[in-house]
Write a protein that binds this ligand. Sequence first.
Ligand code: AMP
Length: 254
Amino acid sequence: MNLNRDRSAWLQGAEAVCQVQPIHPPKSRRIVLLGAPGVGKGTQAALLSAAFGACHLSTGDLFRAACTHDPAELSATMRAAIGRMQRGELVPDETVLRLILDRASCLTCRGGFILDGFPRTVPQAAALDVLLHRANLSIDAVLSYDLSVAAIIARVSGRRICPVCKTVYHISSLAPRLAGLCDGCGSTLMQREDDQPDAVRVRQGAYDQSTAPLLNYYANLHLLVRIEARGTPEEIFARTTAALRRFETTGDRC
Ligand code: AMP
């Protein structure tokens, strides 16, 4: 199965109605991705989404989509959230959870999900558990991508993103066909503000402090699968699907 799931409803807020019919693969997947910023979660999320027909839901994309609006149209809370994002800091749980609740239908969709960037704190993980439990659903696996800080910095400095369709590229390992232009929609690629070196350092600190505790949280729930994130996106993806298969058939988590 190779489908590019349209995520426009996820990015458009509470009133948006998803026009995409959920696919019914033999097994729909509900997968959470963890890993330090820049480890390549977004790229793996897109590949997993295409392979499993589950939508790639990124909270970072929600905030980046808000950045494209006229600031005067945004609430003070959203303007503050964008400021935090641009400095590389985490957005407060309350703001993130309000956005997530607005799009709860994406999380309870029968097609499943690949969650990228959420949850990022233990209270967010607990809130996700409650939301899924109410819908009689649960997470199938939490994939944690591991990579050294030096390799992460090399990866982040070459990362480029399409501001329109959000496709992620890398100037050497995942280059677009035409330099600087999105393969899908032809838009000019950009470097994310929070991929600048100062913001990367702040984001790494936020990950160590707030998100790393999620490893224990999900290990205790026997959901954590660790994956080495070195190599090309295709190599990491092959490792991911192999680890997931092992986990689903034997419960082996590394
Ligand atoms: P990402 O694209 O996932 O790296 O997210 C970019 C930025 O959006 C993060 O550095 C945070 O400022 C903000 N953000 C995204 N998701 C969350 C979240 N679950 N909790 C707090 N802040 C978030």
